[in-house]
Design a binder for this molecule. Structure first.
Ligand SMILES: *[C@@H]1O[C@H](CO)[C@@H](O)[C@H](O)[C@H]1NC(C)=O
Ligand SMILES: *[C@@H]1O[C@H](CO)[C@@H](O)[C@H](O)[C@H]1NC(C)=O
Ligand SMILES: *[C@@H]1O[C@H](CO)[C@@H](O)[C@H](O)[C@H]1NC(C)=O
Length: 205
């Protein structure tokens, strides 16, 4: 029992990765502030544009909305606030627990909480698709930004997202890569898939 507890302790302490945290940069090389609206989109705008919300899926209204890549390369998408669990940080950090806020809640009964969530990261679609409706610092809404391991371009800072429920509470001691999940030609963000979605931060004009 003591051995098991000790092991859990080691895993826990090693997994809270604040030592490797470093500041996040946007596509122009400026630091991304903590909790300020930014656009995110692919490094090469070929298969689509920026990330945004959609309130329709398979021609049905859905609520809360899903998070998807705009199909048009020219569209920058919606802006999102990346908010670290550590409130006092001026700049966004990699390898640190955070929530991703879609903005002010709409006056409807189902999307009054606006943080991205993955209801069940280990389940199949649509349960592993990212949608809003989560609350800050809860396991389902817990993510981290990680440097993209093999960036497309050495000239820009590109990142991937991981969903890490245990950073904010309960859940398996693992992080799930956030990838593109394509369904009927629509590119959703989800925890399915192995290849993480590589993206850059872009400051709103
Ligand atoms: C609120 O509604 C507007 C207009 O329909 C939409 O653009 C926006 O994405 C919605 N916000 C959320 C958090 O769902
Ligand atoms: C959202 O609003 C509905 C209706 O007012 C309420 O029942 C629900 O608890 C609210 N959810 C959150 C997460 O605040
Ligand atoms: C997550 O992405 C990284 C980087 O591409 C990869 O090395 C790793 O195997 C992926 N993890 C899973 C569980 O797919």
């Amino acid at each position: 029992m003591i051995y098991v507890l000790f092991l859990v302790f080691i895993i826990t302490t090693q997994s809270i990765p604040s030592t490797s945290a470093s500041e996040v940069y946007d596509v122009t090389g400026n630091k991304v502030p903590n909790n300020v609206p930014y656009y995110i989109g692919p490094v090469i705008w070929a298969k689509g544009g920026g990330i945004k919300l959609t309130d329709t899926k398979n021609n049905n209204k859905v609520c809360p909305p899903y998070v998807m890549q705009d199909p048009a390369e020219v569209n920058i998408g919606g802006h999102f606030r990346f908010t670290l669990s550590a409130y006092n940080q001026k700049y966004l950090l990699t390898s640190y627990g955070l929530g991703i806020d879609s903005g002010s809640p709409n006056k409807s009964t189902c999307d009054n909480s606006t943080f991205w969530q993955i209801p069940n990261a280990e389940a199949k679609a649509p349960s592993n698709l990212i949608r809003t409706g989560g609350l800050f610092e809860t396991a389902v809404s817990c993510f981290q930004v990680v440097d993209y391991p093999k960036p497309t371009s050495p000239k820009v800072h590109s990142y991937m997202l991981q969903h890490c429920p245990y950073f904010c509470g309960a859940g398996p001691m693992t992080c799930f890569n956030v990838s593109i999940y394509e369904e009927k030609g629509v590119r959703y963000l989800a925890s399915s898939g192995i290849t993480p979605f590589e993206f850059v931060f872009q400051k709103p004009k």
